[in-house]
Every structure is written in C-alpha cells, then in structure tokens.
Design a protein. Structure first.
Length: 165
C-alpha cells in the first residue's frame, strides 16, 4: 500500500539549487517513490548554529511503498551521493533530507522520529509543507496547528523565480 510522506530538503554548501535539484532527481529515480509535489524554494537562516551560510529549503510530497526505515536508508544514500558529511550537529551541509510527516503516523525508533521532533519549531519546514499539503486531511491540520502556535513567523522567505522539478 502506498502512503503519503512529506520530506524537508535543505542545502547551504556549494550550489544550493543544484544540490536540491539532484536530491529530487535521485528521489524520482527510485521506483518505490512517486513525487506528488515540490514546494517553492525558501531561503532560511540556519537553525541551531547561526555561524554558517543561509539554507535553501524545499518540501517534497511523495507516495511510497517503502517502510519508514527503508525510506530513511534511501534518503541517507541520496545524502551520500550529494557528498553530505556529518561533522557538526546543525552544521553546514551540501544536502539534508528529513522525513517530517508520514500521514498521522507516530514513529519512534532508535533512528527515526516522525513527525520530526522539531518540525513544529521550524518555519523552513512549516512554510514549504503548508504550501504543498493542499487539503491533505492528515498533514495539513498538523501543519496549520503548528503554524498557529508559532510566535515568530519570520526567518524564511520564498526565493522568487526558482523552481525545482
């Protein structure tokens, strides 16, 4: 059975648009993943460690027959293809892919927590997901509720004239 999943993808090293485009292309090449929508690109200040370049962020809505762990493995493979190096927590990265929502599912394993534990705190997750969630009856209410609780709704701005396909 295919399930609806929302990913957050970001980059702040190298050509950020090329990095995002490559990640989406690699997702498209996986026969167990079907891309439903890709958000606009948002430029965002770093989160956690401010001493680094701004990020470009997108959300991608997919359907997949993969298990959560197998999808996480696919995302890690894409990060490796993008030369992701995990040198510093919340540090700069060529590419970062996270599973942020998986319908109404609550997943808590040693390697994966969904909804993403910080999704509700991050404009760079909420804005792009809100843009592509449309009338998704499971995820849109979660995003809308998180957005309404946000005290500060700044720090992310849409990058005009850029599309990731």
């Amino acid at each position: 059975m295919s399930e609806q999943v929302y990913l957050s993808i970001g980059s702040n090293i190298g050509d950020r648009i090329v990095n995002l485009t490559q990640a989406v292309k690699l997702l498209q090449e996986n026969t167990s993943v079907k891309i439903q929508a890709v958000s606009s690109v948002y430029e965002t200040q770093p989160w956690g460690n401010l001493d680094q370049a701004n990020f470009y962020n997108i959300a991608v809505s997919i359907t997949t027959t993969l298990t959560p762990q197998r999808l996480l493995d696919v995302l890690h493979d894409i990060e490796q293809a993008g030369h992701r190096r995990r040198l510093q927590h919340w540090g700069p990265r060529t590419i970062d892919l996270d599973i942020v929502y998986w319908g109404n599912r609550q997943i808590n394993t040693a390697t994966l927590t969904v909804p993403h534990p910080h999704a509700h705190e991050r404009n760079f997750v909420l804005l792009p997901v809100q843009e592509i969630a449309g009338d998704d009856p499971q995820v849109k209410p979660q995003v809308d509720a998180a957005w309404q609780k946000r005290q500060i709704q700044v720090g992310s701005k849409k990058v005009e004239g850029v599309t990731i396909v």
